[in-house]
Design a protein around this ligand. Structure first.
Ligand SMILES: Cc1cc2nc3c(=O)[nH]c(=O)nc-3n(C[C@H](O)[C@H](O)[C@H](O)COP(=O)(O)OP(=O)(O)OC[C@H]3O[C@@H](n4cnc5c(N)ncnc54)[C@H](O)[C@@H]3O)c2cc1C
Length: 680
């Protein structure tokens, strides 16, 4: 019998009238009811004076119920108390979640669930994974109390295609604080720190707005051309020299042309000064050393894609005080220059005068929700990051990334609020998307990639071992930019692949001679890699095998069984791969010979892999002075921007073979903008 259809509108109307619940219609109860709906239906969702009632019209067995669901770093626990008709109390334990992110949303979510009388409430922006876990556990409690299976109506994306909406109207009477500054820096992460220190050094009065409790530390691979440290490496070995024109052509090619060549040239021409300046700051007390990551791979056996030795990384030295990190150091420096920081304070929108010039911003203090007007006499510099945690924006602008990603605790928590504020002010948006994704996330053999799958950081991911699809078949050259592998994966069933390696992995990984942050051995000049082989291997073959993420087997057939992929296909793929390795040529996909390593030494290992989504890299268009521009190229006066909230630099993919390019451009552009704005 066909299921009776009921529209969302009819469902709500029916509930308001106290009519039959869906249960009486004989279909699965669905809490397809949001907080927003409840505002338009007082009496259902706790609005007005009416006693709260479950938004679904359910009745409950009074009592207290408990449920847990997997968050990003822990099992989130929800405890709910019910009387016969309503939820009377909600307690949420998120103490195992990231303190500054999911770990602080328990009270907010509890209040929302109580008010909506439903588990189907809005996720907290920037903490969607913890929010989803809370919602799932709350739905479980409601199911237990009602004796009816309650499912959530949607997912963390609202399904709304209007991700932009309108700039919120804030009544003057709600703005209870006014701050005056010369330079307003919005967002303090990789770009914000550099922008702030530069503007303050140049003598400007600087105010920083940061929505988190504390600013975000800079990322530690910084790409540049021509720094003093890099020139030292080149003097020792000319193979590290970088031809700027060749680099420009390559970056343009990676972006399929959807980039502004002149912006790329600003990075090429000014990144050396940025790194040298930063090196001087970081090294002056002897706590840090800036290291050049001297590595370009095996140039005698070049592959399809060229690596550039652009990476620089600050290393913390043994003499540094306990807890000394680069952000701690920067904060001390900023304090010494009189910079004012307002943390827990989020930009809401930009303010413009009658001519469209940006004059400041409206922000909201997140501890007590009061609104603040910030007047910036010289200008506003946006450093508010991308939109990786805004699932609606992701769905609208780059849904393929959501299909490839596996959730990990580490990643940008930015929600696109900076980009939206600039668009409301008239900015143009990049024509196409870009993200930074690494093939460094794994899931269980019973799972596939997708943004609802939570997994583990699989640091081994980019090592170019044999990789097969879920049918057990090899499908591409495994060696090259991280995202090339992932994009090739996207073309395969369920957007997930399997990494296959054997017990000779250490010798092979050294032979691969990888560059950048996936390198597992010291660089040629002794600079340390981000992680060393042994610690990664111990985790993979210990913890991950125990937890069932990595399958260990003595035969390829058993490996295939453990991975839930066809054994005959995997055996054939391994045989063919070993044959090509012996032949000394990859006749199938053209991988470099030094990366063709056979799978012959038991025990064998296999793991399902997807994308670690670090951040988004497309945003509002800027000119070569980092002024935000409109679609027609005209400048929005008073507004500058850098980093992940800006565009024109990356498209389609992240060229990770230019190590640290994202941070390098963000910092270089922040410094460029700050020098201009400070002297207006
Ligand atoms: C784990 C990780 C590692 C990475 N490692 C590297 C690397 O080594 N090299 C590299 O080149 N790239 C790396 N990246 C990418 C790189 O960090 C980014 O591309 C970029 O440089 C970030 O700079 P940003 O200032 O634009 O954004 P962020 O550093 O993300 O800073 C944005 C700041 O704005 C704040 N903010 C957001 N919205 C608001 C608001 N409405 N009001 C107030 N504040 C707000 C945020 O809380 C945040 O502190 C990494 C990314 C991640 C996630």
């Amino acid at each position: 019998m066909a299921k009776p259809e009921i529209t969302r509108r009819e469902f709500i109307k029916g509930l308001a009238a106290g009519a039959a619940s869906l249960a009486t219609l004989g279909i699965l109860q669905s809490c397809e009811y949001s907080l927003q709906d409840s505002k338009t239906n007082p009496g259902i969702g706790g609005g007005g004076a009416a006693a709260p009632q479950a938004s679904s019209g359910l009745t409950f067995t009074p009592g207290t119920y408990e449920a847990t669901a997997r968050g990003i770093g822990s099992d989130v626990k929800v405890t709910m108390t019910f009387d016969e008709k309503s939820i009377t109390d909600v307690q949420i334990d998120v103490s195992g979640e990231t303190p500054d992110i999911g770990g602080k949303i328990g009270d907010q979510m509890a209040q929302a669930i109580l008010q909506a009388q439903s588990a189907d409430v809005d996720a907290v922006s920037g903490a969607t994974i913890t929010s989803d876990a809370i919602k799932a556990a709350a739905a479980d409690c409601i199911s237990q109390a009602s004796g009816t299976t309650v499912t959530l109506g949607g997912d963390s994306a609202s399904g709304s295609s209007d991700w932009l909406g309108e700039a919120p109207e804030i009544a003057e009477s709600d703005i209870t604080e006014t701050l005056d500054t010369e330079v307003l820096v919005v967002g303090c992460g990789t770009g914000g720190w550099i922008t702030t220190m530069t503007a303050a050094e140049e003598g400007a009065k600087v105010l920083v707005l940061e929505k988190r409790e504390t600013p975000t530390n800079i990322r530690h691979d910084i790409g540049a051309i021509g720094s003093k440290r890099q020139l030292e490496s080149i003097a020792a070995d000319p193979k590290y020299a970088i031809d700027k024109m060749e680099a420009l052509q390559d970056i343009v090619r990676y972006g399929g042309g959807y980039v502004d060549s002149d912006l790329i040239k600003v990075w090429e021409n000014e990144s050396a000064e940025l790194v040298d300046w930063l090196t001087d700051i970081l090294e002056r007390d002897g706590y840090f050393a800036m290291r050049h990551e001297a590595g370009v791979g095996n140039i005698n056996d070049p592959g399809r894609d060229k690596a550039y030795a652009t990476g620089h990384s600050p290393e913390t030295l043994p003499g540094a005080p306990e807890g000394m990190e680069t952000d701690v150091y920067f904060r001390q420096y900023c304090d010494s220059m009189g910079v004012e920081f307002r943390c827990n304070t989020a930009l809401v929108k930009l303010e413009q005068d009658g001519n469209g010039k940006v004059t400041g911003a409206i922000a909201q203090d997140q501890t007590d929700n009061h609104y603040i007007r910030v007047n910036a006499s010289k200008g506003v510099i946006m450093c508010a990051g991308g939109y990786a945690s805004n699932t609606d924006m992701m769905q609208a602008l780059q849904p393929m990334t959501l299909s490839m990603k596996i959730n990990l605790p580490a990643g940008s928590t930015c929600d696109g609020s900076g980009i939206k504020a600039m668009l409301w002010a008239g900015a143009a948006l990049d024509p196409t998307h870009a993200s930074m994704m690494f093939n460094r996330a794994c899931c269980l053999p019973t799972e596939t990639a997708g943004y609802k799958t939570n997994g583990k950081m699989f640091w081994f991911g980019e090592q170019p071992f044999l990789k097969v699809n879920l049918n057990g078949k090899r499908f591409c050259n495994e060696s090259g930019p991280y995202e090339f592998m992932l994009h090739s994966m996207y073309m395969q069933p369920n957007h997930t692949y399997c990494d296959i390696f054997d017990s000779n992995a250490k010798a092979y990984a050294e032979q691969f001679d990888e560059v950048g942050c996936c390198r597992l051995f010291p660089f040629d000049n002794g600079a340390p890699s981000n992680r060393d082989f042994d610690s990664v291997w111990d985790q993979i073959t210990g913890q991950f095998v125990d937890e069932g993420y990595v399958i260990k087997a003595d035969t390829i057939e058993d490996l295939a069984k453990g991975m839930n992929i066809p054994a005959d296909n995997l055996v054939a793929a391994v045989d063919r791969y070993n044959e090509l390795c012996a032949k000394g040529v990859d006749e199938d996909y053209g991988k470099e010979l030094h990366r063709m390593t056979p799978v012959t030494q038991a025990p064998y290992y296999g793991v399902r892999v997807g994308a670690w989504h670090l951040t988004t890299l497309n945003g509002c268009r800027i000119n070569t002075d980092m002024q935000v521009i409109r679609e027609d190229g005209s400048v929005i006066e008073g507004l500058w921007a850098t980093g992940d909230c800006t565009g024109g630099f990356f498209a389609q993919t992240y060229p990770n073979l230019f190590t640290g390019l994202a941070c390098g451009r963000t910092m270089t552009f922040g410094r460029h903008a700050a020098k201009i704005v400070a002297h207006l």
